[in-house]
Write a protein that binds this ligand. Structure first.
Ligand SMILES: [Zn+2]
Length: 178
């Protein structure tokens, strides 16, 4: 009887050991999927932009902590901390949440703020502008028209020809070189 128990014990170890190891390996993988390509908008029968909607859990799975805080909770990255304010390459800035093209490098300018700044979006219908009264100021918030991700704010102290300054967060966007 004693030998049978030892034998069954070994048997059980051999069988349960391998799947357990596989589970822990899967848990160790840091799942982070970011959209780094341009995904053109699609329109419904009434020529309305088809929206991208995801649950909070799905956004948390796709975005890292800072991206989630900025895009989904209207946070702001620290000035000069992002990777796009000093980018001078030719190309298109796309939403990090859904890949919608937002800004062209041809409208980017040096604002000195430490955030990527543009004087015009690629198309007015690609961004949605809302009044933001947070922190005792009245500002105009800019979000992605397709997924509702927070991008930054727009101010009226920009350069010609529009006089606008779209002050964006680097973490809200990806850069797709030409
Ligand atoms: Zn988006």
């Amino acid at each position: 009887m004693k030998y049978l128990a030892v034998f069954l014990g070994l048997f059980a170890c051999n069988f349960s050991g391998e799947p357990l190891q596989q589970v822990s390996r899967a848990e160790a993988v840091n799942v982070s999927i970011t959209t780094d390509s341009l995904i053109l908008p699609q329109y419904d029968g009434n020529k309305r932009l088809i929206k991208v909607t995801k649950t909070d859990a799905e956004w948390k799975k796709q975005l890292n902590e800072l991206e989630y805080n900025v895009l989904r909770q209207e946070g702001t990255e620290r000035a000069f901390s992002g990777d796009l304010w000093k980018n001078h390459a030719q190309g298109t800035y796309v939403c990090r949440g859904c890949g919608l093209p937002l800004f062209s490098s041809t409208t980017k300018f040096e604002s000195g703020t430490g955030w990527p700044s543009f004087w015009k979006p690629l198309k007015p219908e690609y961004v949605k502008e809302n009044t933001d009264n947070a922190y005792g100021m009245t500002r105009t918030e800019v979000e992605c028209a397709r997924c509702g991700g927070h991008l930054g704010h727009v101010f009226d102290d920009g350069p010609k020809p529009t006089g606008l300054r779209y002050c964006m967060n680097s973490v809200s966007m990806n850069f797709v070189p030409e």
